[in-house]
Design a protein around this ligand. Structure first.
Ligand code: OAD
Length: 230
């Protein structure tokens, strides 16, 4: 069935069992930090060191984390399906689990980019990006992250990927942040949509199958369901 296109939209919940915090759960990152102070262009202008510190902490946590079974099973699904991952996550756990087609809608924590030219992107060695770290043209480097209030340059290719999916899977996202949350509207009208999340979700639509589980158990169950249909 490798010709079947399986598109997976992931959010912070898929990395929770790797020990990375989600954003909006009760102990989530936005409980401890003010979005306006660390994740906006205004924050960068007002206090860039604080912004760097926030993302340095995130980078350190990501480098110390390991992919969990959900990431690994999604990578293994490439043996059966044409799998495309669209992730809102800035971590690199899908890559490290072995997935090959990954689109990072909100950027990548392990990379920096020039404040002068957003296409000038660099890998970050280690966990720290500092004020005074410069691009080749001599401008300050910033985290390669999409901040609130900034455009999401990869949303158009993401819509295209979603538009010819045969199966759509949503894992561990509250779907509160647009335009990512709107991607669901670009699916073909009759394809099945699976939603994996431990919280209770009520959707009265036959296309949706809710798997109310954490990501690791949820992806295991998803694979059983998919295999029962082959
Ligand atoms: P949220 O924190 O908003 O949502 C996390 C979702 O994961 C919730 O629905 C939880 O119920 C679910 N969840 C928690 N534990 C889980 C587990 N073990 N397995 C599966 N699901 C679990 O995170 P996102 O939806 O990813 O953007 O947030 C979207 C964007 O908002 C992020 O990319 C980030 C944030 O601000 C930027 O920083 C630009």
């Amino acid at each position: 069935m490798k010709n079947q296109k399986l598109v997976v939209l992931t959010g912070a919940g898929i990395s929770a069992e790797s020990g990375l915090k989600t954003f909006r759960d009760s102990d989530g990152l936005w409980e401890g930090y003010n979005i306006e102070e660390v994740a906006t262009p205004e924050a960068w202008h007002k206090n860039p060191s604080l912004v760097q510190q926030f993302y340095n902490e995130r980078r350190k946590a990501v480098l110390e984390a390991e992919p969990n079974k959900a990431h690994v099973l999604l990578a293994e699904l490439e043996e059966q399906f044409n799998v495309h991952i669209i992730t809102q996550n800035i971590d690199n756990l899908h890559e490290r689990a072995g997935s090959n087609n990954i689109l990072h809608l909100h950027g990548e924590i392990v990379k920096s980019r020039s404040t002068f030219n957003s296409d000038d992107i660099y890998p970050i060695k280690g966990w720290e990006l500092k004020m005074g770290d410069l691009c080749n043209a001599g401008y300050q480097l910033r985290p390669h992250i999409v901040w609130f209030g900034e455009s999401v340059p990869l949303i158009e290719p993401a819509k295209e990927i979603v538009s010819d999916a045969d199966i759509f899977v949503i894992i561990g996202t509250s779907l509160q942040v647009y335009p990512a949350a709107g991607l669901i509207n670009y699916t073909k009208p009759k394809i099945p949509i699976y939603v994996i999340d431990p919280k209770q979700i009520i959707i009265n639509n036959m296309r949706f199958q809710i798997i109310q589980e954490k990501a690791e158990t949820g992806v295991e169950q998803l694979i059983k369901i998919l295999n029962s249909k082959i």
